[in-house]
Ligand binder design. Structure first.
Ligand code: SF4
Ligand code: SF4
Length: 213
């Protein structure tokens, strides 16, 4: 269930750091945060909303209220699968997945590192699988994730029945447009390099108390 946002005051330095992050999100995502009027149609259609600590629109609300640290510390960033459902439902054409991408980019560069660490580990292994084969290669995905997350045997009991039923393949199925897909990843790396900002001042951790939103 979505939580109430607890607002925290900031001194001059912290306020500047928060503004820097909010500006980065708007610049990188190409979205105007003020365009969202909190109707929550995005959350109503989000397939992951039930598992999120902040609802998708609360991520935007935290940014609108100058509390990007709340958004950064949320697991919602790492649970969002970029399915675009929210963007197609939004009456204001807010591309929420792009906002999530910008926040993840910032978190990877400046922190805080998300917890549990398994979430970004899966994220990276999945992207590597798509980069190498052009699609998700489930056996490689499970193996890579288990190795890096140190849950060595997790999910392996599911592999034999899924293989038998043809749900997953033993060998990777490569798609034809691998060169184009490799180009997309190269371009993403270039954009990431261009958009990586100078080390920002550390965003203050929220303290207890403060107003609600
Ligand atoms: S649907 Fe659009 S306007 Fe409504 S809360 Fe979500 S992002 Fe904001
Ligand atoms: S893109 Fe993310 S926030 Fe939007 S509906 Fe899909 S999972 Fe939810």
């Amino acid at each position: 269930m979505p939580i109430t946002l607890r607002l925290t005051p900031a001194n001059g330095q912290e306020a500047a750091a928060r503004r820097e992050l909010t500006d980065f999100v708007e610049r990188t995502s190409g979205q105007t945060l003020a365009a969202c009027y909190q109707c929550a149609k995005c959350a109503a259609g989000c397939p992951l909303a039930a598992a999120m600590d902040l609802a998708p629109q609360q991520i935007i609300r935290a940014l609108q209220l100058g509390q990007p640290d709340l958004a950064l510390q949320s697991q919602t960033l790492w649970l969002c699968v970029g399915c675009q459902t929210c963007a197609t439902r939004c009456p204001c054409n807010v591309e929420l997945p792009r906002i999530m991408d910008a926040l993840r980019l910032w978190a990877e560069t400046h922190g805080p590192q998300p917890t549990p660490r398994d979430i970004p580990t899966f994220h990276h292994v999945f992207l590597k699988s798509v980069e190498l084969t052009g699609r998700a290669y489930e056996i490689g995905l499970i193996g890579g994730y288990n190795l890096l997350s140190r849950h060595l045997l997790s999910g392996f009991d599911l592999a034999p029945p899924m293989l038998r039923r043809g749900k997953i393949k033993l060998l990777p199925q490569r798609v034809r447009a691998r060169r184009e897909i490799a180009g997309i990843f190269r371009r993403a790396d270039e954009v990431r390099c261009q958009q990586t900002v100078a080390p920002a001042q550390k965003i203050a951790q929220p303290a207890a108390g403060g107003g609600d939103a």
